[in-house]
Design a protein around this ligand. Structure first.
Ligand code: HEC
Ligand code: HEC
Ligand code: HEC
Ligand code: HEC
Ligand code: HEC
Ligand code: HEC
Ligand code: HEC
Length: 365
């Protein structure tokens, strides 16, 4: 079902843009600044959820966690870093997008644009991505029923090029519609999905995303469930999911967002499909290491409580856990290699945009 890019198809986007042009007059009012007050800790502590600033009292994990990609994967567009990066877009867009720029008013970034159908200004509300790999901005707006729709900005910032390029999944040439220079429009179900994978808590009211109560980022209680009782009981009440899950259950929990193998078309699961690398669980479960060990999970190699660069993840220790030359029962490298395992068996590969991913389908190439 899910297209490999995880984004909308070009045809779908074109139809959407046309539909949008038709209703332009109707949605002009939406360009008024949409203020999004951020959640106070009282709100974060609602619905059985604990205030996560409490976790550090008993768990040192919380100290390193705040610098992870998960913790920072969603913020308002008004944060210093977001605004600073957006400013560098001015003068840097491709020729066909001349007329697109960024202006900052009272700390809030706006896209200013000029298209064959008219000029305008659109406020950007949210910034997706921690910036470790990329950032994509979106504007949110209410449809006629009050449900939250989303416009995904046409330009994303990429760490690998330290600059802007077209957002993954968007066409190289925009459609000359009113909002074409700003990006691609997504209706409510898709808008909801973006936020669902990039936040811990976001209540929905008749299709309206209640941003005033959002807990942005993938944080403790997204992976560990609501913890109000746990904190109140000083750890007495817990949850043993991660201790008792099978390898498959554990991988699938991470795959809620990193994508499960059964969400990808069977004929797309091929060793020569480089796009697969962006969905780590899909590749991992094809590996002989996963199938034959019965114990390999994401946390065999990753500590979700530390930033990737603090994890020594480029070492060979993960492999040596099961391919140890001093263990007679282990299968060793048939090429006789004793180091640098990732280079040959788990390399980084380039997808269809400036992003590179580590191919988690561990195999002989
Ligand atoms: C609620 C959705 C969600 C779940 C569940 C989730 N992730 Fe993620 N993960 C993300 C997002 C979004 C990012 C991108 C973070 C960013 O913006 O840099 C990410 C990034 C990562 C990264 C890259 C970090 C970096 O610094 O580059 C690793 C590794 C990772 N996740 C592993 C896991 C593991 C292991 C699990 C399960 C224990 C898991 N994730 C569960 C959404 C999720
Ligand atoms: C099914 C869950 C899911 C949905 C839906 C989703 N994302 Fe993500 N997103 C992720 C995960 C997982 C990552 C981390 C990818 C990685 O590093 O392997 C990520 C990463 C990102 C990044 C950072 C780039 C990177 O690779 O780290 C941006 C920007 C982003 N997403 C924006 C969006 C936007 C905008 C939408 C909606 C149009 C969206 N995402 C929808 C799960 C999702
Ligand atoms: C991306 C998912 C994810 C996030 C976010 C996350 N954890 Fe975890 N956590 C895990 C997994 C998976 C395990 C089990 C690790 C294992 O099996 O090795 C775990 C284990 C733990 C443990 C038990 C450690 C042990 O050695 O028994 C504690 C305590 C913990 N997490 C606290 C936190 C706190 C506090 C936060 C937020 C600051 C947090 N976690 C955020 C996935 C996550
Ligand atoms: C007052 C101390 C205290 C606070 C505050 C606290 N915990 Fe714990 N936590 C504990 C104790 C005690 C254990 C049990 C340790 C054990 O079993 O070895 C525990 C275990 C855990 C575990 C592993 C077992 C399980 O139930 O999954 C996780 C995950 C965890 N805590 C998450 C959190 C999160 C998230 C927060 C913040 C919202 C938090 N804790 C706040 C005391 C605390
Ligand atoms: C056998 C070890 C291993 C296992 C198991 C593993 N990873 Fe990784 N992963 C790595 C290595 C190595 C990197 C690259 C680290 C770096 O660049 O610093 C990586 C990088 C990542 C990244 C960053 C983006 C990328 O593709 O480079 C994400 C996200 C990620 N892993 C998610 C997962 C998830 C989700 C699982 C479970 C389905 C998982 N990993 C299981 C070794 C592993
Ligand atoms: C949890 C244990 C475990 C870990 C960790 C692990 N493997 Fe494996 N791996 C296995 C098992 C079991 C097999 C199957 C061996 C056999 O057939 O005798 C295997 C098979 C392989 C194969 C052969 C693949 C094929 O298709 O025939 C390669 C290559 C390999 N592993 C490389 C690695 C590398 C590189 C790492 C580290 C990034 C790694 N493994 C981490 C358990 C593991
Ligand atoms: C220079 C590239 C290279 C490096 C580095 C490398 N390998 Fe290999 N590996 C290969 C090749 C090629 C094969 C297949 C050889 C054959 O079948 O004749 C292989 C095969 C394997 C196999 C399958 C063995 C079998 O009998 O089925 C395992 C397991 C493995 N390697 C593990 C590792 C581990 C662990 C490391 C790091 C310590 C590593 N490799 C480093 C190239 C490499």
């Amino acid at each position: 079902m899910a297209p490999l890019t995880g984004r909308m198809t070009t045809v779908g986007a074109a139809l959407m843009s046309v539909a949008l042009a038709v209703v332009v007059v109707g949605i002009r009012w939406l360009f008024a600044t949409y203020a999004v007050p951020l959640a106070a800790d009282q709100l974060r502590a609602s619905n059985g959820r604990a205030d996560e600033s409490r976790c550090i009292e008993c768990h040192s994990e919380a100290g390193t966690f705040r610098d992870t990609g998960h913790a920072n994967t969603l913020s308002t567009a008004r944060t210093g870093e977001s605004v600073e990066l957006l400013r560098t877009l001015n003068g840097a867009v491709a020729p066909q997008d001349e007329g697109t720029g960024i202006s900052i008013r009272r700390g809030k970034p706006f896209v200013t644009f000029d298209s064959p159908s008219g000029a305008g200004k659109l406020p950007l509300d949210w910034c997706f991505g921690s910036g470790r790999h990329a950032r994509t901005w979106v504007a949110t707006m209410a449809d006629s029923q009050g449900a939250t729709d989303l416009l995904e900005f046409r330009w994303s910032w990429y760490a690998s090029i330290d600059g802007f390029d077209i957002t993954p999944g968007q066409p190289d040439q925009h459609f000359g519609t009113y909002l074409g220079p700003c990006g691609v429009f997504y209706d409510h179900p898709k808008a909801r999905r973006c936020f669902a994978c990039h936040s811990t808590y976001l209540p929905i009211d008749d299709g309206r995303l209640r941003f005033e109560e959002i807990h942005p980022g993938v944080t403790c209680q997204r992976c560990h469930g609501p913890r109000a009782d746990h904190v109140a009981s000083e750890g007495e009440i817990g949850d043993d999911f991660w201790q008792t899950a099978t390898a498959e259950e554990a991988v699938n929990r991470c795959a809620q967002c990193h994508r499960r193998a059964d969400e990808v078309e069977v004929d797309e699961i091929r060793a020569d499909n480089a796009l697969l690398a962006r969905f780590q669980p899909v590749g991992l479960v094809q590996s002989a290491c996963f199938k034959a060990s019965g114990t390999l999970t994401c946390t065999t190699c990753h500590d979700p409580h530390r930033p990737l660069e603090m994890q020594d993840s480029l070492g060979k220790w993960q492999c040596v856990q099961c391919h140890d030359p001093s263990e007679p029962a282990h299968t060793l490298c048939a090429a006789g290699q004793q180091a640098d395992c990732l280079r040959c068996h788990m390399p980084r590969v380039q997808g269809d945009d400036p992003l590179r991913f580590t191919d988690h389908w561990i195999r002989v190439r």
